[in-house]
Design a protein around this ligand. Structure first.
Ligand code: ATP
Ligand code: MG
Length: 425
């Protein structure tokens, strides 16, 4: 173990959130060891702003509960930990864990099935806790009293060298928890770290292990990757390491045939990254409506070819895409509904005459669907006029709007006559 003092690492306790320091102090007052761990230290050493401050302690979840009582909630089965609320801040407090189930000193339970960790609740010492973490850069401990960093895995030097290095043997660590492959991609792009070569080489051959991960967890992790602010780079890395093909096999297959979809994705992700950099909101609905579009569009074309009316063809395509996706990545129902609207609105955009234009403009998903149309026209130039029309209609005065929608007087009167006929007969 190496200890780095303040004059070596330059971090000071003030850079850590008051809530995390209060919690550490209280745990120490009760006789437990406690540190800030993981992402926050890594980010501060890289001059980035930490997203949150995770605390780790020798106290078991029950002991943490008895220290913080009403301010503490125990969560998680796979990985049991405590949520502690201080003022308006929420801090995750975990207990030191050991990776070795044969260590009789330890209590708790651990379940491994086909090499994959199902439950990981065997508690241990700090040195054991360091070894069960994923990357060396994520296994540093900060003691706010001493202002020292404790390093059991050479993480400090790896961060200095801008390297993302897995702790232990890559194949075993990726099998234990395949999500670590996705975390590798996310940390590499977000923090500008280089994947250590043995670790990088182990990803593609083990990508298939992602098939064993709970679909809901994959959905969450994908949101984290694509909303990290580095979606464009992440997409390239996911493809390079065969992870994209594992997660979206159909989309990958279609993309290999029609490379314009790759352009669509790159443009979409570059836009997402720009929005995040500008502090604008991004939504999983838009993200997944893009990611699943190649598959949806292909099915839509097939159904049209077989004679189904437009809207039925699109709705059926959407249903089929979601059905297939469910086994793999769980897209929550509310998000599915939003995606369906965006896709169906692509058809409504084709109808830019008459009153229905107003209801299209007023649709809650109009904005997202319009952005989606702008994206599509990049690879389908024949949509450019239509996209321009929908841009213009949002900008003009109410009179011009009516003119655009109802056209010249001649057409208007013809429409009126047609409508009146059945009413009068
Ligand atoms: P960020 O919060 O910025 O995404 P983080 O490193 O804090 O990054 P968390 O998911 O909050 O990531 O996890 C906190 C710490 O727990 C990590 O730094 C790492 O040490 C450990 N950890 C998280 N997930 C895993 C995993 N799947 N396998 C091993 N260790 C993990
Ligand atoms: Mg964190």
């Amino acid at each position: 173990m190496r200890t780095y003092s303040k004059n070596q690492h330059n971090l000071s306790r003030e850079q850590f959130s008051p809530a995390s320091r209060t919690i550490i102090q209280q745990l120490k007052d009760h006789g437990y060891e406690a540190y800030v761990v993981g992402g926050a230290i890594r980010d501060l050493l890289l001059n980035k702003t930490p997203k949150d401050f995770d605390v780790v302690t020798s106290a078991t979840p029950e002991q943490i509960k008895s220290v913080f009582r009403r301010r503490c909630r125990l969560i998680g089965r796979r990985f049991r930990l405590a949520h502690v609320y201080i003022d308006r801040d929420l801090i995750e407090v975990a207990t030191f864990r050991s990776a070795s189930s044969d260590d009789t000193e330890n209590s708790g339970d651990r379940l491994i099935r086909n090499g994959q960790i199902i439950r990981d609740n065997v508690y241990g010492r700090i040195d054991q806790d360091a070894l069960r973490r994923d990357f060396t850069a994520n296994a540093l401990y900060f003691d706010p009293d001493e202002e020292t960093i404790l390093d059991f895995v050479n993480g400090y030097k790896d961060i200095g060298a801008r390297t993302l290095n897995l702790i232990g043997e890559p194949v075993r660590r990726f099998t234990e928890d395949p999500v670590r492959m996705l975390r590798a991609v996310r940390f590499a792009v977000k923090l500008g770290l280089q994947l250590q070569p043995d670790c990088a080489a182990a990803i593609a051959p083990n990508a298939h292990c992602l098939g064993n991960v709970a679909p809901a967890r994959l959905f969450d992790e994908l949101i984290k990757i694509f909303h990290s602010g580095y979606a464009e780079d992440a997409f390239a890395l996911l493809r390079e390491h065969a992870l994209f093909a594992q997660l979206f096999p159909e989309v990958e297959r279609i993309m290999e045939e029609k490379s314009e979809y790759e352009t669509l994705f790159r443009t979409a992700f570059a836009n997402t990254d720009k929005r995040i950099a500008a502090g604008k909101p991004v939504t999983p609905v838009f993200l997944f409506s893009v990611l699943l579009w190649p598959q949806a569009e292909q099915l839509f074309r097939q159904h049209r070819h077989n004679g189904l009316p437009e809207f039925d063809a699109m709705n059926l395509a959407a249903t089929q895409v979601f059905e297939e996706q469910r086994e793999n990545i769980f897209v929550p129902r509310v998000i599915q509904a939003g995606i369906r609207h965006i896709w169906v609105l692509q058809l409504r955009f084709l109808r830019n005459r008459g009153k229905r234009v107003f209801s299209t403009l007023a649709h809650p998903r109009f904005r997202a669907a319009y952005d989606f149309l702008l994206l599509r026209q990049i690879i389908q130039p024949e949509l450019a006029d239509l996209a321009q029309w929908w841009t213009k209609i949002q900008e003009v005065s109410p009179e011009e709007k009516r003119e655009m929608i109802f056209g010249g007087g001649e057409k208007k009167s013809r429409r009126r006559r047609r409508r009146k006929k059945p009413a009068g007969s």
